[in-house]
Design a protein around this ligand. Structure first.
Ligand SMILES: Nc1ncnc2c1ncn2[C@@H]1O[C@H](COP(=O)(O)OP(=O)(O)O)[C@@H](O)[C@H]1O
Ligand SMILES: [Mg+2]
Length: 288
């Protein structure tokens, strides 16, 4: 990829915490203007990757380029905004005071700072509660404020680390809208999740990570085509179920219908869950 088209390029990045290997020669490229998903189970290395890309943590080895520079360089950091998985908010301050604080640390001053704080509150629909202490906010509201703090200085690159964990469905939908609005406004978004539905719904491209490595990277279609296996059709006839595999399930169904009446059928398309299973031999979800 042309260097100017790349927002993040990680090549052979390694990171250990003592004896524990968190990243093991991890490589990926995030293009400018896309929503890129890091999808993997707990402990895969998503947060570590994100902290390295945000310049909060140094890699032990490998090369890290963010927005054409080194993410440890303050000029690059100024153009990145991270909403950490562990909320970084001051509970005893109001939502507005929190954003004002973060805006100050990014060097915003005077009327511009006030405008940006107001815009960030509007973006996450927290204007009504802006003067209340964060301790009184619901989990979903705190997550949304965490996102507002990440975007208050209008960074080119926004890093959202599991932004929907522990939020109510309404806030979750609001967060999805926020991600798409950021993309449409021209920001690049790196998004981590262990929910495959989120990666499917939001991300232009996805990297599947496990044990500190990228196992596969591409669009949802790329991943499904390469690793998803065939679509499966189950056909019920006179109380008897038959399971069929094939790359053209409609043709399979037509052939079944030609044989005689069908009481019911179910079509299961390949999913990211199957991709993960094919790549690792394990389910993506803990509970599955
Ligand atoms: N500060 C730390 N000290 C020791 N081990 C850590 C630390 N942070 C993360 N790890 C370990 O590194 C691995 C990757 O963690 P992390 O990047 O948080 O993964 P994820 O975000 O995908 O859950 C895990 O095995 C985790 O236990
Ligand atoms: Mg994490």
């Amino acid at each position: 990829m042309d260097a100017s088209a790349s927002a993040i390029t990680l090549a052979g990045v390694g990171k250990r915490y003592g004896e524990r290997v968190a990243l093991d020669a991890l490589s990926l490229q995030v293009r400018r203007g896309e929503v890129f998903g890091l999808l993997g189970p707990n402990g895969a290395g998503k947060t570590t990757t994100m902290h390295i890309a945000a310049g909060l943590l140094a890699a032990d080895c490998g090369s890290v380029r963010v927005l054409g520079g080194d993410p440890r360089d303050p000029k690059v950091r100024q153009r990145c905004g991270i909403a950490p998985q562990k909320l970084s908010l001051y509970e005893d301050l109001s939502g507005r005071e929190n954003l004002d604080f973060f805006a100050q640390t990014f060097g915003l001053r005077g009327a511009h700072r006030r405008e940006r704080v107001a815009a960030a509150l509007r973006f996450v629909a927290l204007e009504d509660r802006q003067h209340d202490r964060v301790a009184t906010y619901s989990g979903g509201m705190q997550r949304r404020l965490n996102i507002a703090a990440a975007i208050v200085h209008e960074p080119a690159l926004v890093l959202l680390d599991e932004p929907t964990v522990g939020v109510d469905p309404q806030s979750r939908n609001a967060i999805f809208d926020n991600v798409l609005a950021l993309k449409h406004a021209g920001h690049t978004v790196l998004y981590t999740t262990h929910y495959m539905e989120e990666a499917e719904r939001l991300c232009d491209r996805i990297a599947i990570v496990d044990q500190g490595r990228v196992l596969a990277m591409g669009t949802l279609d790329d991943l499904l085509r390469a690793h998803g296996g065939d679509a499966r059709l189950s056909v019920e006839r006179a109380g008897h179920n038959e399971f069929l595999h094939g790359d053209d399930p409609l043709q399979l169904l037509a052939a079944e219908l030609a044989k005689g009446p069908v009481d019911a059928f179910q079509l299961r398309r390949p999913s990211l869950e199957q991709v993960f299973l094919a790549l690792t031999g394990r389910q993506l979800r803990d509970e599955a």
